[in-house]
Write a protein that binds this ligand. Structure first.
Ligand SMILES: Cc1cc2nc3c(=O)[nH]c(=O)nc-3n(C[C@H](O)[C@H](O)[C@H](O)COP(=O)(O)OP(=O)(O)OC[C@H]3O[C@@H](n4cnc5c(N)ncnc54)[C@H](O)[C@@H]3O)c2cc1C
Length: 443
């Protein structure tokens, strides 16, 4: 049997894994980048890369072709009322997002990693290999053994690496399932739809229609399922009714019928809760670490940021990599996720309350008054936001959220998983202190 040895084995070549492999390879590490799919491959996604994600791509110097820049976002409430959420540039991110079809984004990132020196393997990381009581690699579906000092789990929400390393408590995870399709239609700006699937009973999630390159729009819907993954089928079941709702709202010109591309769905793991992101020589990044925003389902930016942070932690100090990475993640995401994960856990099975909240947020006057703060808060853009009323509203939302969610099972899980505050040298995921000779961006 062929056995190969590397400094790091990255399982999964999506945004998180490709970024980790790219950063490690540029830092001089010998990296294996393994994916069960042949790229370009399809990925269920709304294809919207948020401002922080664009910033990471810019920092790394990775060029992504074929995108469409977008700014403000429209939210349509359960009554059909609309609120426009403005986009702002912050100190640490641009004032725009970008729609890039995932087959294009992910193939570009994986190619950048390989060009930087990562060694690609196509195949499934199947059987874990243990050495001295720790995860030392995987036997691939091809039968080849790939071993490494570090294993980076970038293998998505249902991470094999996370399970093999015993880092996931499935009973505590906040799962979601979302399904998307494409249709030829020009759309002015990204639209999020808060939908009462029955009168005054909200969908435990939301739907969307986003513009796309070449006049092809991406639409779909997602539902939160708490720890019960059997509820994920709801998203696919409700897609036809949601499509009819989009038409009734005037957001789809016509019944997409055969013009719509076959829907594709995928799991989301949200709010960090239930997953320990790193222990010993195993680091989980992106969806594997459960970094999807519990309020609006964004995960690409977190995947890019965490992939970079994990790689930088390994390069900075291999003996402290897990701690450095946990600190970086905690500093960047913990305050927001411990609030929003608890909010989702508390609200998901209360469709009447969610419907009432959706009506309030999109009520004339109120919705307009808080739109700027809402925009900053639910996209996790408070850190680095410019001063002014939107920042104040978002900061107040954090304070209220903290007061409301300080107790309960979600708060207790976080107390156990993150007992100490992050050290001061980890300001943000991606800002791990590095030795001077480590290369951090393409030049
Ligand atoms: C329908 C839908 C819409 C979404 N819309 C948005 C959006 O508009 N914007 C946004 O920011 N986020 C969105 N998300 C979330 C976003 O897609 C994820 O957060 C993002 O893909 C996470 O990237 P990742 O690299 O962690 O994982 P992934 O992109 O899932 O990549 C994981 C990779 O690991 C590989 N893999 C898995 N298991 C193995 C194995 N055992 N061996 C080898 N390879 C393996 C897979 O083939 C895959 O390539 C959406 C999600 C869904 C489901």
């Amino acid at each position: 049997m062929v056995s190969l040895r590397f400094d790091a084995l990255v399982v999964g070549a999506g945004p998180a894994g490709a970024t980790a492999a790219y950063t490690l390879a540029r830092g001089g590490a010998r990296v294996a980048l393994v994916d069960k799919a042949v790229f370009p491959r399809e990925k269920a996604c709304g294809d919207l890369v948020g401002p922080r994600g664009l910033q990471v791509l810019d920092d790394l110097g990775v060029e992504i072709p074929d995108g469409l820049d977008v700014g403000d976002m429209l939210v349509v409430g359960p009554t059909g009322r609309r609120v426009r959420l403005p986009s702002f540039a912050g100190a640490s991110y641009p004032g725009r997002a970008r729609v890039v079809v995932r087959s294009v984004l992910d193939a570009s990132l994986a190619e950048a990693a390989v060009n930087a020196g990562a060694v690609p393997f196509t195949g499934r990381a199947a059987e874990p290999i243990e050495e001295a009581g720790r995860l030392a690699g995987f036997t691939m579906s091809s039968g080849r053994e790939v071993r490494a000092d570090f294993v980076i789990g970038a293998d998505g929400a249902a991470s094999r690496v996370g399970t093999a390393a015993g880092l996931v408590d499935p009973k505590r995870v906040l799962w979601g399932f979302a399904v998307r399709s494409y249709v030829e239609q020009r759309v002015d700006m990204p639209v999020i739809v808060l939908w009462d699937e029955e009168p005054r009973r909200a969908l435990p999630g939301y739907g969307w229609i986003f513009p796309g390159p070449g006049g092809v729009a991406n639409f779909g819907l997602g539902v939160g399922t708490l720890s019960d993954r059997s509820r994920g089928a709801t998203a696919a079941r409700l897609l036809p009714a949601f499509t009819a709702h989009l038409r009734a709202l005037g957001l789809l010109d016509r019944d997409p019928g055969p013009d719509a591309r076959r829907p594709v769905g995928g799991w989301l793991k949200m709010g960090m809760v239930g997953t320990t992101p790193a222990a010993g020589n195993v680091l989980l990044v992106g969806d594997a670490a459960g970094l999807v925003n519990p309020l609006q389902g964004e995960g690409i930016a977190q995947a890019l940021g965490s992939g970079r942070a994990a790689a930088q932690a390994v390069l900075a100090d291999p003996s402290q990599a897990a701690r450095l990475y946990r600190d970086a993640l905690a500093s960047a995401h913990l305050p927001y996720h411990r609030i929003t994960a608890a909010l989702q856990g508390a609200l998901l099975d209360r469709p009447r309350a969610v419907s009432a909240l959706g009506r309030l947020l999109t009520a004339p006057g109120f919705g307009r008054a808080i739109a700027g703060g809402w925009s900053v808060f639910w996209t996790e853009l408070l850190d680095g936001a410019p001063s002014g009323p939107p920042r104040s509203v978002a900061a107040a939302s954090m304070r209220i959220g903290k007061a409301l969610t300080g107790r309960g099972p979600t708060a207790a899980w976080f107390e156990g998983a993150y007992p100490t505050p992050p050290s001061r040298n980890a300001r943000a995921a991606g800002d791990v202190a590095l030795p001077a000779d480590v290369i951090t961006s393409a030049s």
